[in-house]
Write a protein that binds this ligand. Structure first.
Ligand SMILES: C[S@@+](CC[C@H](N)C(=O)[O-])C[C@H]1O[C@@H](n2cnc3c(N)ncnc32)[C@H](O)[C@@H]1O
Length: 280
């Protein structure tokens, strides 16, 4: 039965965050888990109440199809957050934070300020679930309820973002939902807000948007049919873009990144991995 106090995003891009929570919930149940995210189960249980059972089954099916790569990517980002904090980043900004819970589970230093940027409809679902579970962050958590296609930088400043503090910016699956121009506008804004030593981590993957699982994802998201099209995101030449805008980049091949975790990689696709840009 639907819990009337919970507004579940059952369509649109905010719904994709529930798919990733399903993946984290499944990973957390494994004896050989790469991370433990107990709140993922809380989000999944609360979300399920809002879905028609057939639609929920489609979402679970999609989460299965994306599980291997997506779950490994969560652990890769976990490690990049810990590393950036150890190297002096005092702020973290998660772009399209979704139902991420790193602020509750990574044991970050209390003085770290962690900004979660996402759409209002996402936080309408996330915040009541966190409150119901009395979730307490290890460090300072700031919610930035804003659209990345609008004045999200103003909303970020309103939550106390300090442009003089080295910052880690994380794109974990949101820029590819934005048309190329909007994604570049986000990167330009970030460039203007980044003190020297700031980091920006983005994935570089060969996405075959015509593949069945991407088609199924588009159909399920439905009201945003432009999502996951090749014209989206920063594109394959993001490293040149960063170089032209005052960032130095380090490319890390996916198979090298995930080798320590003892899970299958994604085959040998040259150029697939993460780009870490460091502000000079
Ligand atoms: C695939 S989910 C990933 C969520 C999270 N990063 C994770 O890995 O669990 C994409 C997220 O981007 C958010 N998003 C999509 N378009 C957005 C926009 N224009 N502005 C802000 N957030 C957006 C969605 O609401 C959703 O939470």
């Amino acid at each position: 039965m639907t819990d009337p106090s919970v507004h579940v995003p059952t369509a649109g891009v905010a719904m994709t965050a529930i798919g990733v929570a399903l993946i984290r919930e499944r990973e957390s149940r494994r004896p050989d888990r790469l991370y433990d995210d107990p709140l993922a189960a809380a989000f999944v249980a609360a979300a399920r109440t809002g879905f028609d059972p057939r639609r929920w089954a489609r979402l679970e099916e999609l989460a299965d199809q994306f599980f291997e790569g997506r779950s490994l990517a969560v652990r890769v980002v976990d490690d990049s957050v810990t590393e950036a904090v150890a190297q002096g980043c005092g702020q973290i900004v998660l772009l399209g934070a979704g139902l991420d819970t790193r602020v509750f589970r990574l044991g970050l230093p209390a003085e770290t300020v962690f900004f979660e940027v996402d759409l209002p409809e996402l936080f309408e679902f996330k915040e009541p679930v966190l409150a119901a579970h009395d979730a307490r962050p290890d460090c300072v958590r700031r919610v930035v309820s804003a659209d990345l296609r609008g004045d999200w930088a103003g909303a970020l400043a309103g939550q106390g973002f300090g442009p003089g503090v080295p910052t880690l910016w994380v794109d974990e699956g949101v820029l590819n939902y934005l048309p190329r121009n909007d994604a570049h506008a986000v990167a330009e804004t970030i460039t203007g807000l980044s003190a020297p030593g700031s980091r920006f981590g983005i994935g570089r993957f060969e996405v075959d948007s015509a593949a069945p699982q991407y088609r199924a994802l588009r159909e399920l998201v439905a009201d945003d049919s432009a999502a996951v099209r090749p014209v989206n995101g920063l594109g394959p030449d993001s490293e040149s873009w960063f170089a032209e805008h005052g960032w130095r980049t380090v490319f890390r091949a996916w198979n090298d990144l995930v080798a320590p975790y003892g899970r299958p990689g994604m085959g040998d696709v040259p150029g697939m991995g993460t780009v870490l840009a460091i502000r000079e």
